[in-house]
Structures are given as C-alpha cells and as structure tokens.
Design a protein around this ligand. Sequence first.
Ligand code: S3P
Length: 172
Amino acid sequence: TRPYVLKKTVVMVGMMGAGKTAVGRTLAQLLNVSFLDSDLEIEAAANMSVPEIFARDGEAFFRARETEVIHRLLQDRKCVLSTGGGAFLSPENRANISHSGVAVWLDAELELLWSRVRHRDTRPLLQTADPKATLAELYAKRVPEYAKADLRVSCAPPVSLENMAKRVASVL
Ligand code: S3P
C-alpha cells in the first residue's frame, strides 16, 4: 500500500457519543499517523478529568483551555485530532480548524447517541434532571453548526469501527 501523506489534520467533530475518539483512533492507525484528542490533552495538562474541571473551574474555563489546546495541536505534525462535542461551536475554533485541518462531522442519530452516553457519568453537560431531553436540546442546537464541517460521515450501526474509519478515509 502506498504511504498516506496527510496534507491537513483530520479533525473529528460531532456530538458526544458519536464515536469521535474511537473512530479517530482507528482512522489514525489506518492512515499510520498519530492520534490526538483535545479532551485528553486538557485532562493531562490540568491533571484533572473533564468533569472535575467543569466542577472546579467552570465551563468557560474549560472552553478557554479547549481553544488553546486545539490551536496548539493544529500546529503539530498532521494527524487525526478528535475534539470534544462543544469545540466546533466556537467560531474561533472553527476558523483555526479550517485554517489547518479538514473537519469531519461524525453524524449519528439521537437514539444512538443516547444509547451510548446514558450509562456514563463523564459528561458534565448531561448532569441535569432529564439528561435525555438535554441531549436532544444540545443536538437540535448543534446540528446547524456541525453542518459547517467540510465533510459529513453518518454512522449507523452495525458498522464496525474499522469500516467507519475506512468510510472517513474514503472521503478525505
Ligand atoms: C462536551 C463534550 C465532551 C467534553 C465536555 C463537553 C460537549 O466531549 O468535551 O464534556 O460540549 O459536548 P465528548 O464529545 O468527547 O464527549
């Protein structure tokens, strides 16, 4: 197989539970490039989990770190970069991403997203009285922003991670 040279960093965007991290990691292996994840970078730098950062310092603080981290990671060697679900809503982040990357929206239906996030308590934005309704509201509000991505790949099971990654690679 010919070596695949990325001209731009592939930036995975989309809702929590869409599989940005899992598909991104598999895609990076497929393309033989490194994989980075903005949430993991923020957590490592802060030595705290995302929920801990939200609880201690608030969402605005998290968003500021997210913008810095994404900007910095986009300067590195071309790679696959997964972002948190809120990252692509910021015009500043979108501008930085479009400057050095290609944004791929991993689109998944609300029911699939809910089935994946409902048993996890790692999403501070879903710590509400009715997390399913909150997820639905976020989804409705965010879809028009995600639609600004360069590419959209829809994911509906039963597609394996490998096939999802191939699907993304095929449209790059
Ligand atoms: C968020 C999604 C999370 C994380 C934070 C905020 C969001 O990332 O960045 O909890 O605003 O949707 P994932 O999309 O990886 O869950």
